[in-house]
Design a protein around this ligand. Structure first.
Ligand code: MN
Length: 292
């Protein structure tokens, strides 16, 4: 097995606010030159690094907005998010939980800090990913997979070095519970200081790491501190992470869909025509109605 090397370590760019509740560093696509297709099928990554929100009676967040043609995956590391959608669905993404929302044919929703959490305030830390869908699946019905932290499958590393939470895909025989339309591995690697773990993905799978907590060294040489993004090259298969401090690392690897991407705002289709149709459908009220 050939070693997969680091292509680049990317430091977080200046954060911006999405609504008034999500203070995010964008990593994909980004001004640093990662286009939407570089990490295909992961076409967007917004990262709310740990940030303190003071108490408020009026929950902060993002009002009603649509999505179509892809999936949003929200991983809550700190804080709680409540969501509601135009089909009457809703729920709370608690600390350690994952929400995998298949927007596909279209959904209208809103995302706010959960009310009770907002009243207390606190540190908030979260990742939102957009996972693209192949053309044949963009018309699927929308749905949610609410994955509670206690239901996440875990692989325990030997000698108390830590554990791998398998959200999707598979790690050394432990399969994640998330259903995915295309082959995707998504893990939270929790490592104690000095802990080492190896990963092995097909060379063509686009692969990256996001350091949520602590510091790591990749392949014994490249250092990546907290809040840094590590893009792995598409050569070789296996690589190793070592925690130089207690660490939490989001590990992403996915088989590229390799279809044209036509994206604007909250819609991701294959052609400009489909994009225009999505805007017409949205403006005609075909995504339903949701009170703000
Ligand atoms: Mn949204």
């Amino acid at each position: 097995m050939k070693q997969r090397i680091v292509e680049r370590v990317v430091s977080p760019m200046e954060p911006h606010f999405v609504g008034d509740g999500f203070r995010v560093h964008n990593f994909i696509p980004s001004v640093y030159g990662l286009n939407m297709d570089r990490m295909d099928p992961f076409i967007l990554m917004d990262y709310n690094s740990k940030f303190y929100f003071p108490p408020t009676d009026k929950p902060r967040g993002v009002g009603v907005h649509p999505h179509k043609g892809f999936e949003t995956v929200t991983i809550a590391y700190k804080g709680r998010v409540a969501h509601h959608d135009s089909s009457g669905g809703g729920g709370v993404i608690g600390q350690g939980d994952i929400q995998w929302m298949t927007a596909a044919s279209g959904v209208l929703h809103k995302e706010y800090h959960e009310e009770e959490w907002s009243k207390q305030g606190g540190d908030f830390q979260m990742v939102q990913l957009w996972v693209n869908l192949p053309k044949k699946d963009k018309k699927s019905a929308s749905k949610y997979q609410a994955i509670k932290n206690e239901d996440v499958k875990r692989f325990r590393l030997k000698d108390n070095q830590g554990e791998i939470e398998v959200i999707a895909g598979e790690y050394k025989g432990v399969a994640g519970t998330a259903f995915t339309f295309t082959p995707i591995h998504m893990f939270n690697a929790k490592l104690r200081k000095g802990g080492k773990v190896d990963f092995d993905f097909p060379a063509d799978y686009n692969t990256a790491l996001l350091v949520i907590e602590g510091d790591i060294t990749v392949n014994g040489k490249e250092k990546a501190p907290t809040n840094h993004f590590v893009l792995m090259a598409n050569e070789g298969e296996s690589f190793e992470i070592e925690a130089t401090k207690d660490a939490l690392v989001l590990v992403l690897s996915g088989q590229p869909i390799n279809e044209p991407i036509a994206a604007q705002g909250p819609f991701v289709m294959n052609t400009k025509e489909e994009l225009q149709q999505a805007f017409r459908d949205f403006n005609a009220g075909k995504f339903g109605y949701l009170e703000d």
